[in-house]
Design a protein around this ligand. Structure first.
Ligand code: PLP
Length: 236
């Protein structure tokens, strides 16, 4: 199948999953995970209806921004972000999904302050205690969320998680449900009127329908849109 056909099929499935969950189809946005993709592939996806692109690596983000490949779509940063690279990301993207430490949060705030803007962010939660992955443990979420609510250069918009790779359909429902509970909990506790905590980023090619059933507002889908990726050195 071609990229435009894949985009149409995934958008239809996203709408269907939302309807089956009794949710409005507009409540869920498809974020195309564009890592390793060419400018041309990204342009095709946007022409076919993708409205948000999610990039993992700073180098690829910068290259696609320079070439104008994202024209017509929002850009999100969804990969692991190193503190020394915030300059290339803050102010260049609409939303950073992967904030997972106080150090990174403060670095984003400082850079946003320099630029005189407020950066929308999500906090990434490590739900399964996987060493190999980023994200804060659920216990550490509340203090970080409170800090985010206090810093003038960041606007906390919600939560993100990357659960373990599922072996069977339905495997990750429990993680999605857990992230949704944390989301509701944080929304109730962080009462900064600046913040509009409305984003729940969860679900990938193999499990986005389950994530939508559990309340996802952003699903990050790569393979189902672009086909299998060539192996790369690092996931992030
Ligand atoms: C690559 C990636 C995705 C998409 O993964 P697929 O299984 O290809 O759909 C989603 N989120 C993040 C953070 C990714 O790096």
């Amino acid at each position: 199948m071609s990229i435009p056909e894949n985009v149409q099929a995934v958008l239809a499935q996203v709408r269907q999953a939302a309807q089956e969950a009794g949710r409005s189809p507009e409540a869920v946005t498809l974020c195309a995970a564009t890592k390793t993709q060419t400018d041309e592939a990204i342009r095709q996806a946007i022409a076919a209806g993708v409205t948000v692109c999610g990039e993992n690596r700073v180098q690829e983000l910068t290259a696609h921004l320079e070439s104008g490949a994202y024209a017509g779509a929002q850009v999100h940063f969804i990969g692991h972000l190193q503190t020394n690279k915030v300059k290339q990301v803050v102010g260049h993207v609409d939303l950073i999904h992967s904030v997972d430490s106080e150090r990174l949060l403060r670095a984003i705030d400082a850079q946003a302050g320099k630029l005189g803007l407020c950066q929308d962010i999500l906090l990434e939660v490590n739900l399964a205690g996987e060493q190999s992955k980023g994200g804060v443990p659920p216990e550490a979420l509340e203090p970080l969320a409170r800090l985010a609510g206090e810093l003038p250069g960041v606007r906390l918009r919600g939560l993100m998680a990357i659960p373990p790779i599922s072996q069977n359909p339905g495997d990750n429902r429990e993680y999605f449900s857990k992230l949704r509970q944390l989301f509701v909990d944080i929304k109730g506790k962080i009462l900064d009127n600046q913040t509009k905590i409305d984003c729940l980023s969860m679900g990938m090619s193999g499990d986005y329908a389950d994530a939508i059933a559990e309340g996802a507002t952003l699903v990050r889908v790569g393979t189902a849109l672009f086909g299998p990726r060539p192996p790369i050195r690092a996931f992030s």
